[in-house]
Ligand binder design. Structure first.
Ligand code: ADP
Length: 575
């Protein structure tokens, strides 16, 4: 969890998942809403068109006669309405010659004597607007209307409505209640059947009786055989026995059939023939979408801010630390926590540490160099001044002394130069195939000395190396061994092969080195005995140079020593 990468990954994943989920939810909400609304509208429109077609069919003897009404419907609802008979023969079409072919299946069938109750909820089987022979003549209508008006004058609280056959009647009122207005002298005149109605009822009664007579004996007597209580508003006649009720329906259909338009299939399509209108989401829940989008934005922004702050804090600390380091402060350390930034902080701390160490070494080196130069230079200056003042004679002895001092200086400067080259990486090697036993012989011969037994034990070893630099490295070790071994002691230089390495060992029986000092012997200007001068001991650069030279050859140098018993320096070079 501490890893920057993992945190970034998880963070992006969470934000993406939230956005996707919310967007999907929003889209589904908006789409569902839009589809529901669209479907509802389409359904309502279809129901209204269906109702209009039913009315047209119920009040006209044929579709041709109802054409203007159907045209009006098509115009009002901006639909193309086409009607065919059962066999697909066109009856009427509000489309024109360029209209596309009709769909395979009609939307609905239109028959005022058999109403589709799904599109027109609550409708009975026979549309009440199909009145046929019951339609009052103008005279009859005027007469009944005048009765109704008289009734209205008596009592302005009542409402008069007209039935589909234009007969006026009291709204929501049974005829019997009229008795309370007897003084109005209208009486039952309003409910007396007109000649038209009488004739129509007679015809219907005849048809009904004919049907009932064909029913089994049980249905043919009793109160059901009396006058027909026909209510225009209630299209199902209140005959409780289904077969008798069916007989009434059959009789009515038989009577009305010639008065209404024929059964037809209705095709209701878009005027252009295109499919259903595309759903427009733009207006649906726009406010909701904006709100949710803003919410996601705020959430993502907040989460980003928190994460970014957490990320940036250690980076800022690092920046400040780097700036202070650049200004020379070597004590700054950063705590970057865990993860990648933590690693960076650790690297920075290590770098600071190294810088401080280098700084310390540089300062020590400068002071050491000054110290080393001071003594021989002081000597040379002192003797030269004494000579100038006439206190000393420039005799051969003095000149020898001055020469020795200047040679010391020369060697010190050479050593420093070698180290500087090693530091800068410009120490040039000139490798060539050499016999290492020859190098050992040369070094041992050049360092022979009467007080100490110095000998070599070699086996022939050949490798590619810079002979001059190897002689210098080995020479430093042998010189030290000789220097720190008291008279009568022994120094042995061994050369042998160990696995794929050539090993040079310089063993002495000298003073040895204290365990505490061992880790420092290869450091620059380091000397176990601080009081030793260049003259008596060395500058403290010999082993440092040896290590550089060996490492430049790809080898290693190490030491084992015991105080008072002697030391063994060991150079290992890859073959
Ligand atoms: P120096 O010129 O002083 O010898 P080196 O770098 O060669 O400088 O050696 C550093 C120090 O390591 C010496 O001053 C000495 O104290 C110690 N040293 C080196 N070689 C030996 C040895 N063979 N026996 C004991 N001490 C040694």
């Amino acid at each position: 969890m501490k890893s920057l990468l993992v945190r970034f990954f998880l963070f992006s994943l969470v934000i993406a998942a939230c956005s996707i989920a919310l967007t999907a939810w929003l889209a589904s909400q908006a789409t569902t809403g839009a589809i529901r609304q669209e479907q509802g509208e389409a359904l309502a429109t279809d129901a209204q068109i269906y109702d209009g077609l039913l009315k047209a069919a119920a009040t006209h003897r044929s579709w041709a006669a109802a054409k203007s009404e159907v045209d009006d419907l098509a115009r009002t609802f901006n639909r193309r309405i086409a009607l065919t008979d059962r066999n697909g023969k066109p009856l009427l079409d509000t489309g024109n010659a360029s209209s596309p072919p009709l769909p395979v299946n009609p939307k609905v069938s239109v028959d005022p004597l058999n109403v589709d109750s799904w599109l027109k909820p609550g409708a009975g089987k026979i549309d009440p607007r199909a009145v046929g022979p019951f339609m009052l003549t103008d005279d009859e209508h005027a007469k009944l209307r005048s009765y109704a008006d008289r009734l209205l004058q008596c009592n302005d609280k009542i409402t008069i409505v007209e039935q589909p056959n234009r007969r006026p009647r009291l709204a929501n009122d049974e005829p019997g209640n009229l008795s309370q207005w007897e003084d109005c002298t209208v009486g039952d005149q309003l409910y007396t059947l007109t000649p038209t109605e009488t004739a129509a009822y007679a015809e219907l009664h005849g048809l009904f009786k004919g049907c009932v007579s064909r029913l089994p004996q049980t249905y043919r007597f009793g109160p059901k055989d009396g006058p027909i209580p026909l209510d225009w508003e209630i299209t199902t006649v209140k005959y409780s026995d289904p077969p008798v009720a069916e007989c009434m329906d059959t009789a009515r259909r038989e009577q009305l059939r010639p008065w209404v338009a024929e059964y037809a299939h209705a095709f209701i399509t878009e005027p252009t023939g295109a499919g259903p209108q595309t759903i427009d989401l733009s207006t649906t829940g726009t406010k909701q979408i904006i709100l949710v989008a803003l919410g996601i934005l705020a959430l993502a922004g907040f989460a980003s801010w928190i994460t970014a702050t957490q990320l940036v804090r250690p980076i800022r600390a690092l920046t400040t630390a780097t700036r202070r380091t650049a200004e020379g402060d070597r004590t700054v350390r950063v705590d970057g926590g865990a993860g990648e930034i933590g690693e960076l902080a650790k690297s920075f701390n290590a770098m600071s540490e190294k810088l401080a160490e280098t700084e310390r070494q540089r300062q020590a080196m400068v002071s050491d160099v000054a110290h080393e130069l001071r003594t021989p230079l002081g000597n040379i200056t002192g003797w030269l001044e004494a000579t100038q003042d006439g206190l000393a004679e420039p005799d051969p002895h003095l000149i020898d002394m001055l020469l020795e001092e200047s040679l010391l200086l020369q060697r010190l400067v050479d050593d420093l130069h070698d180290l500087a080259q090693a530091d800068a990486g410009t120490l040039r090697l000139h490798p060539e195939p050499i016999a290492l036993d020859d190098v050992v012989e040369q070094v041992v011969n050049s360092q022979q000395n009467r007080e100490i037994l110095l000998r070599a034990e070699t086996t022939p070893v050949h490798l590619s190396a810079d002979p001059v630099r190897l002689r210098q490295a080995l020479g430093n070790l042998v010189a030290n061994a000789v220097r720190y071994t008291p008279p009568g002691g022994e120094v042995v230089v061994k050369l042998f092969q160990e696995q794929s390495n050539a090993v040079l060992e310089v063993a002495d029986t000298g003073t040895g080195i204290a365990p505490d000092d061992l880790p420092h012997v290869f450091d620059r200007f380091w000397r176990a005995d601080k009081s030793r001068s260049r003259r008596t001991g060395g500058s403290g650069l010999g082993l440092a140079i040896t290590r550089h030279l060996v490492e430049a050859h790809g080898g290693t140098v190490s030491v084992i020593s015991e105080l008072g018993r002697g030391s063994v320096f060991r150079i290992s070079l890859p073959l």
